[in-house]
Design a protein around this ligand. Structure first.
Ligand SMILES: [Cu+2]
Length: 650
């Protein structure tokens, strides 16, 4: 069998029933007898990271098992990253697997799972491994208490069952109409994985630089915000209003969800004023941080820790702005610009118990898996999105010459097939949510969820190339609203900020006139449905036992909008939108990058793993800057928009 098959099998076994001791004899043997410091030649750092973690372990300082875990808890994150550092220093798989198996039995389960996921993602040794969907490894973070309770009783009574998951809230709560978006398990995987691919705690000393991390932070959350507003349009809801520190938080949230260990996620009632949170921040500090960031935008520069200034009114500016707003370890001055996004997540998570009187566990906002359930997530991100908009609005609009791709024209844009949205039914296993017992056999226990989906379709883009030779072109496809929720036609300048990116791809265009066909399935914005944990286990076991190869490369990256959510839900009578296509000079856009220009097909929002982002243009180009005069866009032949209709089949 290939080494990939063995690695996949090891990872499957390590993640099986993480709240219990492993049942696999080889892992049991390692957990008992392996010494992380026995042979330090297996590490790049001669065991320095392993020494640190072993000292914490021997001093009994590590968080106990059967306790909640949150990445936003500084000490818990520190512990998880100690294990990540050990795995990341391993030169060979033996070292990676044995350390994972050893610390699996010693560390908190949440810390272990997090470290293992980021370890597989960022270590070269993880190439080829498909991480199982987190909703089957830690199901408590993806479903609600009712379903978990049913899973327990199915297990106790030995009756197999499939349980419907309903969206949080009732019809009395208008926000419930769009809960299918914030609670979509695939969207939650996208969000949590993006933050694992581009962690705020990342330092380049771990091995490489994460290209355009700060800008991608802006773009991914801008797109989440725009997509959420799109869903609201078809559900008769106003766009999300931004959060303000000095105004009430209108929507409360009752998660009705429980930790595996740690009780229920706290509730936040409607219409509360922001409270200072003990040990986290004062509301006033947040306002000061916000002011400093707005000042940086107005000045056009930020001030680094040593006092020197860094120009941000330049193409790299948005990246630095993302770094300071999140903030990540790339922030040039976290002391001064604070950590607006991360602290706001914790502030919102704690509003139900701001002074720690009730010793509640962290709120849903304090986990990337659960944050989008809470309507305040989108308020927070609208607020930050508007800060980024203030920055991009400080740039001069693109001119005709900036936008034109001389010799290339888009003659026509059409859709092959109908644009139809619908809800599908999907099942995933809850078996890892319940405990095993010597005497109680596992029975099949599944959750059944409704998920937004759409019919496959193909873009037909007719392009004329009169340059005289083949030329690489970048196709940038967006879907934009035509009207707001009151039926008022939007100006292009209003519309552009609300557009969602459907695809971005590079393709050679031969001389003459040609129609380019591009399937919705190939979008670089999306990822396909993930294989289930059961199927990953079966495939790895078959490959290992049969001595065959295992190629799961199509599923290797799980950062990306779920393919089935590429289109926003429409109405049964149909809704019209603008399909916007810009074709730009691919040679210039990809200058300095090599490769097949496909990059595994998930680069638009998630970059290329371990490499530079393949497109030199700003993310969102050419719609990210002000458009005071629409005629500039109408006057360039390489940009075209057509009206398309999307219909929802209930
Ligand atoms: Cu996020």
């Amino acid at each position: 069998a290939s080494s990939t098959a063995h690695k996949q099998q090891d990872i499957n076994h390590l993640l099986d029933k993480i709240y219990e001791d492993t049942k696999y004899p080889d892992l049991q043997e390692i957990a008992k007898n392996f010494n992380p410091l026995g042979d330090t030649s297996m590490y790049n750092d001669q065991g320095a990271a392993a020494e640190v973690l072993m000292k914490e372990l021997n001093d009994h300082r590590l968080l106990e098992q059967h306790h909640w875990y949150s990445l936003f808890n500084a000490r818990q994150r520190e512990e998880a990253l100690m294990l990540f550092a050990v795995l990341n220093q391993c030169k060979v798989w033996y070292c990676f697997r044995n350390n994972a198996a050893y610390f699996r039995e010693q560390m908190n389960e949440g810390e272990f799972v997090y470290a293992l996921y980021v370890g597989v993602i960022h270590s070269k040794l993880g190439d080829g491994i498909v991480l199982p969907p987190l909703y089957e490894i830690t199901p408590h973070m993806f479903t609600n208490s009712e379903v978990i309770d049913k899973a327990y009783s199915a297990k106790m009574t030995q009756k197999a069952g499939t349980f419907n998951v309903s969206f949080t809230g009732t019809k009395k709560n208008k926000e419930q109409r769009v809960a299918y978006f914030g609670e979509d398990i695939g969207m939650n995987i996208h969000h949590v994985t993006w933050h694992m691919d581009f962690p705020f705690w990342w330092q380049d000393s771990y091995g490489n630089h994460l290209d355009r991390k700060g800008e991608l932070f802006f773009w991914v959350h801008h797109q989440l915000t725009a997509r959420f507003d799109f869903e609201r349009l078809s559900n008769w809801l106003d766009p999300v209003d931004e959060l303000h520190w000095d105004r009430i938080i209108r929507e409360g949230f009752a998660p009705l969800t429980s930790y595996k260990y740690g009780g229920e996620f706290p509730v936040r009632p409607d219409n509360i004023h922001f409270e200072d949170v003990d040990g986290v921040a004062h509301v006033h500090d947040m306002e000061i941080t916000e002011n400093r960031i707005y000042e940086a935008i107005d000045h056009g520069y930020i001030t680094a820790t040593d006092g020197h200034t860094i120009d941000i009114r330049q193409p790299k500016g948005i990246e630095l702005l993302g770094d300071i707003i999140e903030s990540s370890m790339y922030s040039p001055n976290a002391q001064y610009y604070g950590s607006l996004h991360n602290t706001a997540h914790v502030m919102l998570g704690r509003q139900g118990d701001p002074h720690g009187k009730f010793n509640l566990p962290p709120g849903v906002m304090e986990h990337f898996e659960t944050a989008t359930r809470d309507p305040s997530f989108f308020r927070l991100h609208k607020y930050m999105d508007n800060i980024f908009k203030k920055h991009t609005d400080s740039f001069p609009p693109y001119t005709h010459d900036d936008l034109e791709f001389a010799g290339m024209a888009v003659d026509g844009v059409a859709i092959d097939g109908e644009l139809i949205t619908f809800f599908d039914e999907f099942q995933y296993s809850l078996i890892n949510a319940v405990d095993s017992g010597e005497s109680i056999e596992d029975v099949e226990i599944n959750a059944r969820v409704h998920r937004l989906n759409h019919k496959e379709f193909t873009y037909k883009i007719t392009v004329s190339n009169s340059i005289g030779s083949d030329h690489l072109a970048t196709f940038r496809i967006f879907l934009c609203p035509i009207e707001d929720n009151n039926g008022i036609t939007l100006t292009l300048d209003k519309e552009r900020w609300l557009c969602i990116e459907l695809d971005k791809f590079f393709q050679k265009v031969p001389s003459g006139t040609h129609t380019i066909h591009r399937s919705s399935k190939d979008s670089s914005v999306t990822v396909p449905d993930m294989p289930s944990f059961h199927s990953l286990k079966e495939q790895a076991d078959n490959a290992v036992n049969g001595g065959s190869d295992l190629d799961l490369s199509a599923y290797e990256r799980s950062c990306g909008i779920p393919e089935r959510m590429l289109l926003p839900k429409s109405k049964p009578e149909g809704m019209e939108f603008n399909l916007f296509v810009a074709v730009t000079d691919g040679d210039k856009d990809t200058e300095g990058h090599n490769g097949d220009h496909d990059h595994g097909g998930t680069h638009a929002q998630c970059g290329v793993h371990g490499e530079a982002y393949p497109d030199n243009r700003p993310l969102g180009y050419p719609l990210e800057r002000r458009i005071p005069d629409e005629r500039v866009f109408d006057g360039v032949p390489n940009i075209k928009h057509v009206v398309v209709k999307i219909v929802h089949h209930p």
